[in-house]
Design a protein around this ligand. Structure first.
Ligand SMILES: NC(=O)c1ccc[n+]([C@@H]2O[C@H](COP(=O)([O-])OP(=O)(O)OC[C@H]3O[C@@H](n4cnc5c(N)ncnc54)[C@H](O)[C@@H]3O)[C@@H](O)[C@H]2O)c1
Ligand SMILES: O=C(O)[C@H](O)COP(=O)(O)O
Length: 455
């Protein structure tokens, strides 16, 4: 049957969503049945691609819904990603997979992205929003893990633990105390006092450190920690400087030659935020002169796609210079890699994806307005939930409500964020043929980005 000839057929095939140029593939569960929850399609038709070894706890939740889940251990090169993303309705990634506008343009069926991590800099959030693709992350489930790693690094740098351990592995006994320090009484300077920075502040104070921090926002300090007005003041005062800012144009090379010169002689630098935040050639220079006595890096401008890949000059031209430095701890982006953090993130993001796919709820989204209506129950038979993502321009709500006005609208919520608006409405006592008509009318509005009708 041709899809364009039958309203029912168009409705069936497009009941999850319609994106310009997509090939609709999803169908409803059973014709005419009273849904227990809003399930607009057979769950087994929902295709999910998970990259970068998303935790089992998250995979179990998605499998538990009956979705088709393909999980890969590493990220994919762009050409392979473009091929794979064409088909899927949901993609789950971590920090390495770059979802650029070029990649997303190929994702014709995609309705939602789950970042199973904190950072969302790897996704073109604006492009995604303007194409009706919702993005979720896990804003703080790995914050504690990062803070604990940094505490370990502060002590390791102060005691040159990495070097002593390497020497012992080579059979060399080298017992030294020169330039090895207690951390008690030393000053920790935290750049970016958000979820991670503030956790770290508490842990550092409990070891007897003085804590200062610099942030673009005015924030209350934990314990005795105090905010300083300028980055230069922090750099000139701290014995240990640690970066916990997001990747933004303003944080690119936040620590470069001038900042390293401003730091105290023999101080230490830690970066577990993003690789773009520290100018690594400048750091190499400062460590060679002894200005910086030690450093710990967990993140790099370019990172290998998966385990077993090389970290060398082919990836970053200075990698081998870096590897030759003393008292430098290099870790492969493991700040958030603990069992606790990964399973918590897996559950949190997978649940957000399920809520979005099944109920259209955007609470916690990072690029869409946050909209929720309570779940429908058995007491509300023959309901349909209309989701209309549209351009945020005057007059659309009036036109949408003219269309919905022929039905009994039980509840409705609408909100906007920048250029994109999200409307959700539950209508009752609606027959399938009416829903199909409703769908077509909403789709005909020129401001429409995506229409979904869940029933
Ligand atoms: N290494 C890892 O595995 C790992 C794990 C989690 C997060 N991260 C990175 O750490 C970053 C910080 O995480 P978070 O959860 O603490 O984020 P957050 O958003 O809670 O805090 C970031 C803080 O940085 C501040 N900030 C922004 N721009 C700034 C600037 N130019 N100068 C000073 N302060 C600035 C913000 O105001 C905010 O208070 C994340 O964006 C992510 O990139 C890395
Ligand atoms: O943004 C984050 O949460 C961290 O950088 C961790 O990223 P990962 O999940 O890729 O290890």
């Amino acid at each position: 049957m041709s899809m364009s000839t039958s309203p029912n057929d168009a409705f069936h095939h497009r009941s999850l969503s319609s994106v310009e140029g997509s090939s609709p593939t999803l169908r409803r569960t059973t014709t005419g049945a009273v849904p227990k929850q809003l399930k607009p399609f057979r769950e087994q038709d929902v295709k999910i691609l998970l990259l970068e070894n998303v935790n089992q706890a998250g995979r179990d939740i998605l499998h538990g819904q009956g979705y088709q889940v393909e999980a890969l251990k590493s990220s994919l090169p762009e050409d392979q990603l473009i091929e794979k993303i064409k088909d899927v309705h949901v993609i789950g990634i971590r920090s390495k997979t770059k979802l650029t506008s070029r990649v997303l343009a190929a994702a014709k069926n995609l309705i939602v992205i789950g970042c199973f991590c904190i950072g969302t800099n790897q996704v073109d959030l604006q492009y995604a929003a303007s194409h009706g693709i919702c993005v979720f992350n896990s804003p703080f489930s790995n914050s504690r893990s990062v803070a604990e790693l940094v505490i370990g690094e502060i002590i390791s740098l102060a005691r040159q633990l990495g070097d002593r351990s390497n020497e012992m592995h080579q059979g060399i006994w080298n017992k030294v105390s020169t330039k090895c320090w207690e951390v008690r009484g030393k000053t920790l300077g935290i750049i970016g006092y958000g979820h991670i920075g503030s956790q770290l502040s508490v842990l550092a104070e409990s070891m007897g450190m003085d804590v200062i921090y610099y942030d673009v926002v005015n924030l209350m300090g934990m314990g005795n920690a105090r905010q300083v007005p300028t980055l230069d003041q922090l750099l000139a005062t701290a014995d240990f400087v640690t970066c916990h800012v997001p990747e933004l144009p303003e944080t690119m090379d936040l620590i470069s030659t001038h900042q390293l010169e401003t730091m105290k002689q023999g101080s230490y630098l830690i970066n577990a935020s993003r690789g773009s935040v520290v100018d690594i050639p400048a750091l190499i220079g400062a460590m060679r002169t002894g200005k910086i006595a030690g450093a710990a890096l967990d993140v790099y401008p370019a990172e290998p796609a998966g385990n077993g890949d090389y970290f060398n000059n082919n990836l970053n031209s200075w990698a081998e210079d870096l590897r030759g430095l003393k008292n430098l701890i290099l870790t492969p982006h493991i700040g958030g890699s603990t069992e606790e953090a990964q399973s918590a993130i897996g559950v949190e993001v997978a649940e957000a994806l399920v809520r979005y796919v099944n109920e259209g709820v955007t609470v916690g989204a990072v690029n869409m307005p946050e909209v929720a209506l309570r779940s429908l129950t058995m007491d509300e038979p023959n309901h349909a939930r209309v989701i209309f993502i549209h351009q945020n321009v005057p007059g659309v709500l009036r036109r949408v409500n003219e269309i919905l006005g022929d039905h009994n609208v039980d509840k409705q919520m609408s909100d906007s964020r920048r250029d994109v608006a999200y409307l959700m409405a539950d209508i009752s006592n609606v027959r399938e043929v009416e829903v199909a008509q409703l769908y077509r009318e909403l789709e005909s509005l020129k401001e429409r980005i995506i229409t979904r009708i869940l029933y």
